[in-house]
Design a protein around this ligand. Sequence first.
Ligand SMILES: N[C@@H](CCC(=O)N[C@@H](CS)C(=O)NCC(=O)O)C(=O)O
Length: 266
Amino acid sequence: MLELYHHNLSVCAQKVRLALAEKGLDWEDRHVDLMKSEHLTPEYLALNPKGVVPTLVHDGTPIIESTIILEYLEDAFPEPSLRPADPVERARMRVWTKWPDDGLHAACGTVSYAAAFGEQIVAFHGAAALEDRIANLPDRARAARQKELYEKGMKASFLPDHIRLQDKVLGEMERRLADHDWLAGDGYSDAECALLPYLWRLERLGLENIWGERPHVGNWFARCKARPSWDRAMESYPKYGGHDYDDDLKSRGIDLWPQFKAMLAA
Ligand SMILES: N[C@@H](CCC(=O)N[C@@H](CS)C(=O)NCC(=O)O)C(=O)O
């Protein structure tokens, strides 16, 4: 049996949900409410000492780290394969799947917290409970970033570098997709699973203009969204608590693109 401890909006969990959907695997839903700090309970930390989602539990054995979970799913359930057969293309796929672990994920977190999450988490917890939550995060570098984001929001010192990193990855993607249909090999692979959620996050924050002049990325994104896996893993996935982080931005008519655009131009 496969159980996925995850959160509906978590990009890392979305990577795994996409792979599960592409492979046609069924799984039991174990939703971890990050807002309510369920990822920091002793029970969850026993499964995932890093205190993050996702965790895949396969027949009782927990597997952590979304990139490693993607590899695990390939090893445990090889068909249909999400790994190119050719060794060079397989290496290329792994370079793409490494991006989130090499800074893209932290960059996405920064942009998301600055744009929407930070304000929502502060409002939900209040100052004192928030201090506790930050103090309990196992990853201290992440805790320091979150603290600054709660305090400074769009003025956080590392925000410009983090939007620039996302821009750089999109630039690499555009170069590859200019003469290939897929990021690696000749079909949808774990490279797609690993990067699609980051584009969706940018889109949901109203920042899709970041690939406005990158038509090949835009076409690839549209093609990936047209696959049945997208709907199953992403779009029609249930909202927990009845609302999403971007509802607020939309209902308040907030457009953050001009500020991010200025950071990219600086
Ligand atoms: N390297 C980890 C990162 C996991 C991660 O950062 N998950 C986020 C959600 S996307 C999380 O659990 N955040 C909780 C928090 O920041 O307190 C992975 O790829 O699984």
